[in-house]
Design a protein around this ligand. Structure first.
Ligand code: C5P
Length: 405
């Protein structure tokens, strides 16, 4: 592929055992057509060799402020020009302290000081180093200066201790970088998303559920975060990692989900109800596993509350978005649902091709008509949905139900 098409990123490595994750991050970025310019501190070279990063990035790796390969001897300026961001991963406590104080005594810290693009840092250090008030002061200074701090995570550390300070995994960093570049169309908004199925117990081991994987709801939560919103994700039982930065509340039954939604509602600007909420629950739940017998078993079912309809009917509802999974007559049924539940926007998808799949195709139905979102990965579709929502809920209010608070 021609180089001119590529977007450029400077990946800085400082001294830390997590440097090996930067190799994988380089690979992921290169795969996504980024031109990755690696810059390493001397200490980083104790953990991983420039040759590894050179092979993975396909470009010279720079380590020296006085590198004669840069014609004008201005490596500290030239390497970041044209770059969309500098990402420092791993960022050691020492390196963060340096940048927080404007010190520039090697190539990478000089590049950070002389940059005209955003700076993202992924801290990686022992938990005591992370918790030290000096580090915390430096992190707060960096954040105030507009530096995006990615992580750290909590977990096992190379030193044998357990706690905060582990660098995020390469895929998480890649996602965080990707998120950073999305337009902030929902900045300052609070978004509440429900996702996944619900599980309605029959006895201690059995229950009624459905095939929803939660992928669409999790993608909507992630797209809203990327768009700058504060996100609460109320999730039914799924086996997915929630997007970084979302407040996650787990709910098992529809009634749990309903209570969690009501608790999270105050201050919500947008409610996206993606969950495949069970329509009924068993009236009696056996406290023991029901024994098998030759006779028919009857389970009496009672209807569950309709969470979306409840929220949309509040006197001052957030902007409500429903999902309609239909197996036939998609638009007619979805539009009927939109009117019945009195929501300003409904996203219609075919149940048989959407549930559990990695891709989706949506038709959005709102007051102005229908809008088809092309088939693509659920995250790509969720991003388009969030853009549509942002357009609708930042439009001048006309009053009436369904408009934002
Ligand atoms: O009526 P139906 O289940 O098809 O409506 C789908 C929409 O309503 C989805 O947005 C779903 O999250 C929401 N819903 C709900 N509570 C229910 C049933 C559906 O919030 N009990």
């Amino acid at each position: 592929m021609a180089d001119i098409q590529k977007r450029r990123i400077v990946l800085g490595l400082t001294g830390g055992i997590a440097a090996y994750k930067a190799a994988e991050l380089t690979r992921l970025l290169v795969q996504d057509a980024w031109e990755v310019q690696v810059v390493m501190t001397q200490a980083a070279g104790q953990f991983i060799t420039p040759a590894t990063l050179q092979a993975l990035s396909g470009r010279m790796v720079y380590t020296d402020l006085w590198d004669a390969r840069i014609a004008n001897n201005m490596a500290h300026i030239d390497l970041s020009r044209g770059a969309e961001a500098i990402v420092v991963a791993p960022a050691s406590a020492d390196f963060m302290a340096k940048v927080a104080n404007g010190l520039a005594d090697d190539l990478l810290s000089t590049l950070c000081l002389a940059r005209e693009c955003p700076l993202l840092m992924a801290p990686a250090m022992n938990r005591q180093m992370w918790e030290n008030p000096a580090t915390q002061r430096n992190v707060a200074t960096l954040a105030r200066d507009g530096v995006a701090i990615l992580g750290p995570a909590s977990g096992d550390q190379a030193c044998g201790e357990v706690g905060m300070g582990r660098m995020l995994e390469a895929e998480e960093l890649y996602d965080a970088i990707d998120m950073h570049f999305q337009p902030k169309v929902l900045a300052g908004k609070r978004v509440l998303v429900t996702a996944g199925p619900t599980f309605e117990p029959i006895d201690t081991v059995r229950g009624i559920t459905n095939l929803s994987s939660g992928k669409m709801g999790y993608s909507v939560a992630r797209a809203a975060l990327e768009a700058g919103a504060e996100v609460t994700l109320i999730s039914g039982p799924v086996s997915l990692h929630p997007p970084l930065g979302a407040t996650v509340v787990h709910a098992l039954t529809a009634r749990d989900m309903f209570e969690s939604v009501k608790r999270a509602l105050p201050g919500t600007d947008v409610f996206v109800s993606v969950a495949a909420v069970a329509d009924y629950h068993p009236v009696l739940v056996s406290a023991r596993k029901i024994k098998k017998s030759e006779r028919n078993l009857t389970v009496e079912l009672a209807p569950n509350p309709d969470i979306l309809a409840y929220v949309a009917a509040l006197p001052r509802p957030p902007f409500c978005v429903g999902f309609a999974a239909e197996s036939e007559n998609l638009e007619t049924y979805a539009d009927a649902k939109r009117r019945k539940k009195k929501v300003p926007l409904i996203a219609a998808n075919l149940a048989q091709s959407a549930i559990g799949a990695d891709e989706n195709e949506l038709i959005l139905l709102d007051d102005s008509g229908r809008h088809r979102l092309p088939k693509g990965p659920k995250l790509a579709v969720a991003r388009q949905l969030i853009h549509h929502v942002a357009k609708l809920c930042t439009a001048p209010a006309r009053g009436g139900k369904g408009r934002r608070r």
